[in-house]
Design a protein around this ligand. Sequence first.
Ligand SMILES: [Mn+2]
Length: 426
Amino acid sequence: MIDKEKIREVNAQRLKAHETEFLALQETLVQKGLSVDDLLHHIQDFQVAVPSWALGAGGTRFGRFSFGGEPRTLSEKIDDVGLIHRLTQSAGSISLHIPWDIPEDANETRARAESHGLAFDAVNSNTFQDQANQELSYKFGSLCHVDSAIRAQAIQHNQEVIDIGRSLGSKSLTVWLSDGSSFPGQLNLRRALERTLDSLKQIYAYMPSDWKLFIEYKPYEPNFYSTVIADWGTSHLLATECGDRAYTLVDLGHHLPNTNIEQIVSTLIWRGKLGGFHFNDSKYGDDDLTVGAIKPYQLFLIFNELVEGMTNSANSNPPIAWMIDASHNIKDPLEDLMQSLEAIRLAYAQALIVNQADLQRAQQHNDPTLCQEILQDAFRTDVRPLVREARRRSGGALHPIEAFRHLKIRHKLIAQRGLHAIASGL
Ligand SMILES: [Mn+2]
């Protein structure tokens, strides 16, 4: 646990420079007619869940390079999220993966999270790999499987995940399926989808009445010919069939290259069916890179649709569950996560300063030049001092990564947990 006083000490060294930058930006924003206090409150309130599987070195299918000081237990993972939250004040919850992170004692786990000011966000089931002592194999699918006994096993697993989530105060289940086929003709595509819907309905029926089901989609991988829930349309169809509390979850890495993700976001908000978000970035496929590392403009355009849609859409979309879903092969996972959190808040802040009224007028007048000017004026505004000020007011570090390094946190974690500790996860 990092002492609040320590953070203030580290901040003090950069406070003067920050104040100069913030005052200059404040003047610019006020001139644009924006309320800086409102902006700060919105940014301070924006909290993102950190996944329990992203706190260690992830590796690729070719290899894994250990880090040192990785969290060995669920308690240590919660401590790591607490650490990130202490520095950034923007990671207010944790998203658990079952069975990688089954709590031994739910009350104790809950208390530990609360001591860090953390809540439990969506719980994630896993039927994409076989576990030790598992009776039946998911090699050829889970919820879509041709064998009803295997489908029943997968449904039961999801029900157990819901039970675990309930014991921790979670209110949602995220289902991502690797179900599909790697060769043409391997699977009857229509029947596989029918069986998947039937399985999902049984999971949905088991959920408590205040829970939500998030259905994630992905075009390919690990199957390379077909994926049962390949795109947002299929996810939306399944969610609609399941019921009012079933929603689509958008994972930024789960699209074919050049897909217009902001348009998908816009459509789902219009239907009130955007449930959750998995942030990451990618160059080629599901690369799970740091948010904003490759395509910060796309991220901004997505946030622009989110902000506009959440403010103006007639069909009310429920509050969206924001989560990071990334993997860290060569960076320190905690530094990587802090970079992602920063990128998310920056894109959100930029979207908040878009002059929606002017943009709408320009759209009404079919003026694409002006539309671009308005969007890029927001995108090219350096809002970093605003995001830093929001963090400072919440008690976080002006520069979280600098503070993390200055306070030698990784060094201390290695001293505490050892150089060869390995976390379970991706
Ligand atoms: Mn995901």
